[in-house]
Design a protein around this ligand. Structure first.
Ligand code: ARG
Length: 483
């Protein structure tokens, strides 16, 4: 228990602290914990991440204890002052959080007792580390949900801006990675807008379901002290207290839901990454990733690699891993708290940081990416993406669809043989396949027509996209998670 003071004073404090620590749960023990057991059991290495949440929870708890007459006004003030000083010292680095404490809860309590003495020993009245950790993790996660949502919102703003600039940037739409029908970049990115919008809606739902306060659940069965759980819940920005104390200490559903939502975000980012990688390839040449968002090769001087997109794609597995891990950890746990639950933290923290980083980086990469509009349009023209429209032209001129499909199929074969596109055929050539072809066929199968005649809801036509932009803007201006 030495930490932040140098020399003799540090040693002395160390000894005092050892006594205090033992008092946290050492009363019924006659032997020291085995060193390896101590290290195996401890969580301070990672739960220090929610130090601030732990202090916040303690503030709310002590205010409630005072309001209920369980501690005096003076004791409350001393505890609050002690907590403030601990927070300040941790923030400015004079108090280090170190491995000598079993967990962050012990760290705060031991330091409080060390600083203010007997009043500090009253803080834990009517509270268990079980409801304390349930509260801290929930507060921390709630904040992460919000931060992730804000990053996604910013990312959606970027997607929307690129969409609005590219309503007439034609490109092939693909199925089976084969050119299928022409779309626009605005429309293609619009699909991602929908995905990340749904991701935000999921976060919103999670927030609504998780925003209930487990503090006051005690170890598992509540407490005989007259705690005011409504008060602490309100104090900490929750909608109210959780309903059942056994569930309160052992519920990690919200975290599983969050990891599932994060996994879905990563799945979307990974698909997007894959497209960027393909578009950036020498063969496609649809985009150029900005120098600031790509890397080179140590041996091949010509290389400019899409490492960010590849890493985002790669990190997806890591986030799925966190979800699978927690689902597996939770599946065999009887009520109520069991130490297995301590395993909810490390991978979840890693997943939270990973996803936030990936969103921010992808956002920057997209915002700075150059689109080679000409190459994209030529690619759409070269791939018979207007074949469906050519068939539709015949249908509009009285040919049954199935016959039209056959005629255009034969035309495609003819073109492939000659190395040309449908619109490069002369009218006479076309009429040999079907007399219904007239001069207006060229206009009917131009990229512009193919795209802009698609005017059903959700289609790429410019007029439809204008409505989409309006809706997207309206949505962006009115979305967000409030606490
Ligand atoms: N470090 C523990 C965790 O993360 C805190 C709760 C400890 N409770 C207990 N009964 N040992 O879950």
């Amino acid at each position: 228990m030495r930490i932040f003071f140098e020399g003799k004073r540090r040693k002395q404090i160390g000894q005092e602290r050892k006594k205090i620590m033992a008092q946290l749960w050492g009363g019924r023990f006659q032997k020291e914990t085995d060193k390896l057991v101590y290290a195996f059991n401890a969580s301070i290495g990672f739960d220090q991440k929610f130090f601030h949440e732990d202090v916040m929870g303690s503030r709310a708890h002590v205010k409630m204890l005072c309001k209920q007459g369980i501690v005096t006004e003076d004791e409350k003030n001393e505890i609050l002052k002690g907590l403030d000083s601990i927070e300040k010292d941790v923030e400015d680095g004079t108090l280090l959080i170190t491995e000598e404490y079993e967990d962050i809860h012990s760290f705060v309590e031991a330091n409080l007792i060390d600083r203010i003495g007997d009043a500090g020993k009253k803080l834990h009245t009517g509270r268990s580390r079980n409801d304390q950790v349930a509260l801290d993790m929930r507060l921390f996660t709630r904040n992460q949900v919000k931060e992730t949502d804000e990053l996604l919102k910013h990312f959606l703003e970027t997607i929307e801006a690129v969409m609005e600039e590219n309503v007439d940037t034609y490109m092939p739409g693909f199925t089976h990675l084969q050119k299928a029908q022409p779309v626009t970049l605005a429309h293609h990115l619009g699909a991602y807008f929908e995905m990340f919008k749904r991701d935000r809606l999921r976060l919103y739902d999670i927030h609504e379901r998780m925003n209930y306060c487990p503090l006051g659940s005690g170890a598992l069965a509540g407490t005989t002290y007259p705690l005011d759980r409504e008060f602490t819940a309100k104090e900490l920005g929750f909608y109210g207290p959780t309903n059942n104390s056994m569930d309160g200490v052992s519920d990690r559903d919200y975290l599983i839901e969050f990891l599932a939502a994060l996994s879905t975000v990563m799945m979307h980012l990974s698909r997007f990454s894959e497209e960027v990688i393909i578009w950036n390839s020498n063969e496609y040449g649809f985009v150029e990733i900005d120098d600031a968002y790509s890397t080179g090769s140590s041996i091949m001087p010509q290389k400019k690699n899409p490492d960010i997109a590849e890493l985002v794609r790669g990190k997806t597995g890591r986030v799925y891993g966190a979800l699978t891990s927690l689902l597996t950890t939770m599946k065999g746990i009887p009520l109520a708290y069991n130490k297995d639950m301590q395993e909810d933290k490390e991978l979840a923290f890693d997943a939270m940081d990973t996803v936030k980083g990936c969103i921010a980086l992808f956002d920057g990469m997209l915002a700075t990416m150059k689109f080679h509009k000409e190459t994209m349009a030529v690619s759409a023209m070269k791939g018979f993406t207007n074949a469906t429209d050519a068939a539709d032209y015949l249908v509009n001129n009285g040919v049954p669809f199935r016959d039209a499909h056959g005629i255009i199929g034969r035309i495609v074969l003819y073109c492939l043989d000659k190395g040309i596109t449908i619109d490069e055929m002369s009218l006479e050539e076309l009429q040999e396949f079907a007399p219904e072809f007239k001069e207006d066929i060229y206009e009917a199968i131009s990229l512009e027509t193919c795209v802009n005649k698609r005017l059903t809801i959700g289609a790429p036509g410019a007029d439809v996209m204008k409505d989409v932009f309006k809706k997207n803007r309206e949505y962006l201006d009115n979305s967000g998670i409030e606490n």
